[in-house]
Design a protein around this ligand. Structure first.
Ligand code: PLP
Length: 381
């Protein structure tokens, strides 16, 4: 064990004895989290040797051994039990120690945003729509001119193995393909190898069915060549989300330059129109092709067979038509299918959750728990 909790004989003013940690390579030294919560102090006996409190006026930047770095990373990661395993092609393996789940700063994904990513939900020991998400990250990588570090089958095997090693049965798998480490220039010409990273995050699936409010996003929509690729450049998405939260809304909705409804910052949208008989979804030409939205289009055919819907269409939808819809819903791996009951100042339909959004969510949940092998990959633990 690298670190252990110790107690001072007499507490030092301002320090909580329970929060001190004995350093491994200097047994008489103690690493104490700063009361500000922004850094650490290295203490011998009652003397502060170094302080890296970012809020302090006078501080020393310590020069750390690799052991100390690991020790501090462990401290910083304490309590982060949800990060179950990480794969990195840079080290060529999987770790289950959150302190070791790190990226090289010279990776062009970090300093140039030259990387793409995707996800897959882990549901009861199965990866939901892994192949669909894998196809999408490979398409994104091709658009971002990132060569694959391995062939598709090897990437797939690495991802499944990372989940298997993690032991996680409910959560999410996130993975990245990047131009790789090399230097700090723009071109990746000096990056010898593209990289693959993956992380498994444990989290029980929570299903929300209450309707939410959305607002029209004032943040500029990404141009089609960037919106259709799932790159790591999510700054507009993050700003759109922050704007929505500041307005008390669940998400911001982008409208394209022709006045058609596009998507949310990490979800697609769909509407029920014509007196509750037609499910319509905006075309995917200028937005991200959502795996949940695409799967929902297929599942919705069951509602047509049952007579709950007359048709399912992918078409341009104007803001005016969207706001007049009988139902509106958000669709994505994170949100699943969530009804929208208000858009800006307008109520959608009767301002209550509608029957089609509920029926589609039920179909999606059933598909996630017992759908065909084309959408469920069993993880061998
Ligand atoms: C911009 C954007 N649109 C739509 C989606 C929904 O895609 P999926 O259903 O594959 O999660 C996402 C997912 O993160 C997204 O980031």
């Amino acid at each position: 064990m690298i670190s252990q909790i110790v107690c001072f004989p007499k507490p030092i003013a301002g320090f909580s004895p329970e929060s001190t940690v004995n350093t491994w390579n200097f047994p008489s030294h103690y690493l104490v989290p700063c009361s500000s919560g922004h850094g650490f102090r290295l203490i011998r006996g009652r003397r502060i040797l170094t302080c890296c409190d970012s809020s302090s006026q006078s501080w020393n930047v310590p020069v750390l051994s690799s052991y100390e770095v690991v020790e501090r990373l462990k401290l910083a990661r304490e309590g982060e039990q949800q990060f179950m395993a990480m794969y990195s092609s840079v080290v060529g393996g999987i770790t289950t120690d959150p302190a070791a789940m790190v990226l090289p700063l010279d990776d062009h994904m970090v300093h140039r945003g030259h990387g793409v990513f995707d996800t897959a939900m882990i549901i009861n020991g199965n990866l939901y729509e892994l192949d669909q998400h894998l196809d999408r990250i490979i398409r994104s990588a091709s658009m971002a001119k990132i060569p694959l570090p391995f062939d598709r089958e090897t990437i797939r095997r690495i991802l499944i193995k990372t989940v298997s090693v993690s032991g996680c049965r409910d959560g999410s798998l996130r993975y990245w393909l990047s131009a790789g480490p090399g230097d700090f220039l723009l071109s990746p010409s000096q990056c010898p190898k593209p990289s693959l990273y993956a992380i498994v995050i444990e989290k029980n699936l929570t299903i929300y069915t209450t309707g939410v409010k959305v607002v029209t996003s004032s943040i500029s929509i990404k141009p089609p060549e960037f919106a259709t690729m799932k790159s790591v450049n999510y700054l507009p998405n993050a700003l759109s989300q922050m704007e929505a939260e500041a307005k008390g809304a669940y998400a911001g909705i982008w409208v394209d330059n022709n006045g058609f409804i596009a998507e949310g910052p990490n979800m697609n949208v769909a509407f029920v129109v014509n007196g509750g008989t037609e499910l319509v979804m905006p075309r995917f030409d200028n937005i991200l092709s959502g795996c949940t939205a695409k799967r929902t289009l297929t599942l919705a055919e069951q509602l047509v067979s049952k007579g709950m819907l007359k048709s399912v269409k992918v078409m341009d939808v104007t803001v005016e038509d969207g706001k007049k819809a009988d139902e509106m819903m958000l669709l994505g791996s994170g949100v699943l299918i969530r009804p929208v009951i208000q858009w800006d100042e307008e109520c959608i339909g009767d301002g209550k959750e509608g029957p089609i959004a509920k029926a589609l969510l039920d179909l999606l949940l059933e598909d996630m728990s017992s759908g065909p092998p084309s959408v469920r990959v069993l993880v061998p633990y």
